[in-house]
Design a protein around this ligand. Sequence first.
Ligand SMILES: N[C@@H](CCC(=O)N[C@@H](CS)C(=O)NCC(=O)O)C(=O)O
Length: 243
Amino acid sequence: MCGLCLCLCFKQKPEEVFLKPRMGVGPTATTPKNLVLYIHGLSAPSRAVWMAAKAANIPVTIRYLDLFKGEHKTPEFAKINPDTTVPTLQDGDFSLWESRPIMTYLVSRYGKNSRLYPKDLQQRAVCDRLLHYDLGSVYKTISEYMYPQLFQAKPPDTDREAAMRKVFDYMNRQLQGQKYMCGDDMTIVDISMATNLALIELRNYKLDQWPLLTTWYQRMKSLPYWAECNQGLYEWKSPMMGE
Ligand SMILES: N[C@@H](CCC(=O)N[C@@H](CS)C(=O)NCC(=O)O)C(=O)O
């Protein structure tokens, strides 16, 4: 559980966005007809999937669900995803949730840029290893450190900070001699980890002690679609912190 359901009201008007396919890429057997992605603007996994779709030039219709108003708890949405979580992808009759499998599915099936999730099985296995690390360690430690501060007005916890700092050490080490987490090409691992890392900006947590991580994060933030896909994070002000 992400913990967003714990927070107070975050207002965002429902909006739909249709991303145009890249020029010159004609329809193929794998061209999506109508992909719908249900998201929440603050949710890190939602932001990740949206960014992955942008990176892969895959047109998706974005539907915002306001978790704070319980818009994900409707019977209609439960039919699409009985776990009632975001992100959720709808591809015709097929629906899928959990951000990492959504990203691997989207890129494998519809992506024009296969480097985002390499086809080579050994390169892919490295990506998978880091996607698992992202879920079990990056997202886990950052959310466990940040959420109590953001949503429950608790002071920073030193043990949780130490756990998160170990993860930053790991990420910094992973970047030695390469531009991105899996090598010199950006993959969905970078996208997923960067959207999780962005949560630390809400408490202005500095990465100065991890120079490779700092440079990598700046590189990720310079992506042309970073601002749009992460707007929900930057617009959010924690009511618990009186901001
Ligand atoms: N591991 C999942 C996390 C999904 C998740 O917990 N999403 C949160 C938003 S970040 C959510 O939908 N929370 C609403 C709820 O649990 O009721 C992923 O990567 O997609």
